[in-house]
Design a protein around this ligand. Structure first.
Ligand code: AVJ
Ligand code: FE
Length: 443
């Protein structure tokens, strides 16, 4: 079965179908992981490219260790292959800054470990009861979907590392992107006041932090129709926005002074932008990317706007006011296709912010899914009634620690793993993530 066929099988299908679907998605995830790193030299796999990131080979070992823990040990009841490594690959035990010094497996050993684990995983999958009965971990194939999406998420992390690496370490070939749209539209779209259900329903896989779905009522607001562009952000830079104290929050100003930041991470001082190994003229129509939450917040204030809350973002992306129904993606429930959104990594760059007119939300907002993650005003925290599942370190330990919520995925996010309800998070001073933003205003 091709990944596309696997994808379209009904989630409520028989056990055998569901098992086949998981097998297909696991294999496809691994193909992608290996394809991303295939052109990287061994020395560059083992090296720390940036103090914020793990060596790439750590991600490989960690993907396998995570799979071994959940599939082989928890579901399959097997003993670990390398008990001495469990701490090394536990993201909570070994923070990224310490990963350069730990005895993680080097490239050949890591690849071998991935293969051995995968074999055991497939045996555990073959023997598992996917309808799951009383075991929440395997019910509806939860644990398998968790492994697939975990590997997908680490693919994006690895692309962050590769983008941070010295020019030449990685030379991906970008796919040509669609042209900017020639249709014009309003600067902002209006979202009427009223309630909508925030969070994921129970019919598909969701992380604990997307649950439970609950009604939230919002006052009317306006949201930028597209993400903020390089061209618009350049106006902020050129008007001295980085030097104007009044545009910045207090922690934002401290961050900006301490970091000595004057422009987005990959902009050069001669008005160009580095995308992996290439330095290009800054393209005005692309979304501004690799800005911190503080920079996004300062830009919004300078425009007389603000960042949207995550509830505002999700309502604008998912709510269909006429039908009173919630959409899985801005355009509806069909999975992302190339005409609707720029996701799934192999483009290696964002498209012009209004290029995907078929991806509009019910309110007419474009590009909510794909191209760039979007910072929101919201702190990462639990929805009312939150229950950690299946482990506290996925979400709960990050609540209340100053992380800001990001929504919508980027060109570097796997299509299978993005949805309107997905919550990502990072610290407000971080710029390595593939993120931009759009602004909101009270109506
Ligand atoms: C949701 C992207 C913030 O990378 O820390 C990967 C995803 N969790 N392994 C992260 C994750 C465990 C997580 N983010
Ligand atoms: Fe992980």
């Amino acid at each position: 079965m091709s990944p596309a066929e696997v994808e379209t099988l009904p989630p409520g299908g028989a056990d055998a179908l569901r098992r086949e679907r998981c097998r297909g998605l696991l294999a496809e995830a691994r193909e992608r992981t290996l394809r991303i790193v295939a052109p990287v030299h061994e020395a560059d796999m083992n090296r720390v490219h940036d103090p914020l990131m793990s060596p790439l080979v750590w991600d490989l070992g960690h993907i396998a260790a995570y799979e071994e823990l959940w599939a082989c040990q928890r579901v399959g009841g097997l003993e670990p292959l390398h008990p001495e490594l469990s701490e090394v690959y536990d993201a909570a035990e070994t923070p990224r800054t310490a990963r350069g010094e730990t005895p993680y497996l080097r490239l050949d050993e890591a690849l071998e470990y991935m293969d051995v684990v995968r074999e055991r995983t497939l045996a555990a999958l073959a023997a598992s009861d996917l309808s799951g009965g009383s075991h929440r971990l395997s019910r509806e194939g939860f644990v398998w979907e968790m492994l697939i999406q975990h590997e997908h998420q680490h693919n994006e992390t690895m692309l962050q590392t590769l983008r941070l690496a010295e020019p030449g370490v990685y030379r991906p070939r970008s796919r040509p992107m669609p042209a900017p749209s020639d249709a014009s539209g309003p600067e902002m779209v209006l979202v009427e006041a009223g309630p909508f259900p925030l969070g994921a329903g129970m019919e598909r896989f969701a992380y604990d932090n997307e649950l439970p779905q609950h009604e939230v009522s919002l006052p009317a607001f306006e949201l930028d129709r597209t993400a903020v562009t390089n061209g618009a952000f350049r106006e902020f830079v050129e008007s001295g926005g980085y030097r104007r104290r009044e545009c910045w929050s207090e922690p934002g100003w401290d961050w900006r002074c301490e970091a000595g930041v004057e422009r987005p991470l990959y902009w050069t001082d001669d008005g160009r932008e580095r995308i992996f190994h290439r330095v290009e003229q800054l393209a005005d129509e692309l979304p501004v990317m690799h800005v911190s939450w503080y920079e996004a917040d300062a830009y919004a204030r300078w425009r007389g706007k603000r960042l949207p809350s995550e509830a505002e973002w999700e309502k604008a992306a998912s709510w269909e006011p006429e039908a009173g129904a919630k959409r899985r993606f801005p355009w509806g429930d069909d999975p992302p296709s190339r005409v609707r959104a720029n996701v799934d990594q192999t483009g290696f760059r964002p498209a012009p912010v209004d290029a995907h007119s078929d991806g509009a939300s019910a309110y007419g907002a474009l590009g909510l899914i794909g191209d760039a993650w979007e910072w929101t005003a919201s702190d990462f925290g639990p929805y009312p009634g939150f229950e950690a599942f299946p482990y506290r370190e996925y979400s709960e330990v990050f609540f209340g620690s100053g992380h800001k919520v990001l929504r919508g995925g980027s060109w570097a996010t796997r299509a299978h793993t993005i949805r309107n309800t997905l919550r990502n998070w990072d610290l407000p001073g971080r710029r390595q993530i593939h993120t931009g933003f759009r602004c909101a205003a009270d109506a």
